[in-house]
Design a protein around this ligand. Sequence first.
Ligand code: NAD
Ligand code: TYD
Length: 349
Amino acid sequence: MKNVLVTGGAGFIGSNFVHYMLENSDALIVNLDALTYAGNLENLEDVRDHKNYRFVKGDIRDKALVEQIFADYDIDTVVNFAAESHVDRSIVEPEIFLTTNVIGTQVLLDAAKRHWNLAPDDKYSREYKEGVRYLQVSTDEVYGALGKTGMFTETTPLSPNSPYSVSKASADMLVRAYNNTFGLPVVITRCSNNYGPYQFPEKLIPLMINNCMNDKQLPVYGDGMQIRDWLHVKDHCSAIATVLEKGRIGEVYNIGGNNEKANVNIVKLIISTMGKSEDLITYVKDRPGHDRRYAIDNTKITTELGWAPSYTFEKGIAETIEWFMNHRDWMNKIISGDYLNYYNKMYEQ
Ligand code: NAD
Ligand code: TYD
């Protein structure tokens, strides 16, 4: 792993992963990001001039640009984070989810296939080209919703329920097909809900922290008893690095930390940690088609690859609340839209 293309590296998980890789490897990290509303270069201000970091502003759907990046940097590893990632937005505007998440993935797969010169019979020999790898960052939402019991394993049938999760499942199927048809050395990771520094404040945890800081109402969808399985973003990053290093080609690895919580209990925990009143909670209309419960069985990645999460939820959420309290300026620039000007200010030359 020498030259790693990280797509969507200016978003929440991508920017944490860029930091993780610059701290824990000697690889060159090339970050390709379109800087949609969810991309924020301020997340990477501290590494802007790092000798092993390059930023390219552009779209994963832009074939010519993607080809150029593979050629210019001799890319041997791809980690594809770039995506439209918010379920609520996918209900309002599904099309961009399909073009970015599905077509964008196909463009990256094609460029990898071409640049890595895969022989047509690689798929029969199963002797994959050494030293190259494509990792698709997927989500547990592709499995659909669980009832009160059970967990998602890697063999749970895909049954996505929202336009977002359908687009992610479709991308996973393409990744699988490029492995089967062309012998592309791929791995897929499916992680549960993340939280931590740099998360865009449209998602549950940063939204509630920000509203608490400003004594605003806390909008809980439906009865608030939907369950998510929360993982600190740094643990997600270490899991991806582990799968890149040791994961078996063609395999799927679920990532999660056995941490199921009902939404309203997360909101109450944030309220009490921040010394606010539960009167701020407002139950609002439920999300259409809202998945009731997600839970990850992480046996495969823990036993086969030896990965384990390092954060307890108590420690992670306390640190995350503190991070947002100490980065009010970062948050305020997002709320005001000012962060969108950062690229022009810093990169116009
Ligand atoms: P995010 O919305 O915070 O960031 C997405 C990034 O992708 C942004 O920087 C955006 O500018 C960029 N992007 C969007 N469209 C692009 C395009 N066409 N070309 C290039 N860049 C583009 O998302 P996130 O929460 O960091 O999620 C990252 C990945 O992880 C996604 O693929 C998501 O499906 C997956 N995932 C997220 C979670 C979670 O809890 N957030 C959990 C599991 C998996
Ligand atoms: P979200 O952070 O959007 O992640 P996902 O939909 O991918 O799981 O939402 C997490 C949970 O919180 C989900 O069950 C929806 C719920 N939710 C609220 O109740 N209120 C809110 O304002 C938001 C953004 C989410």
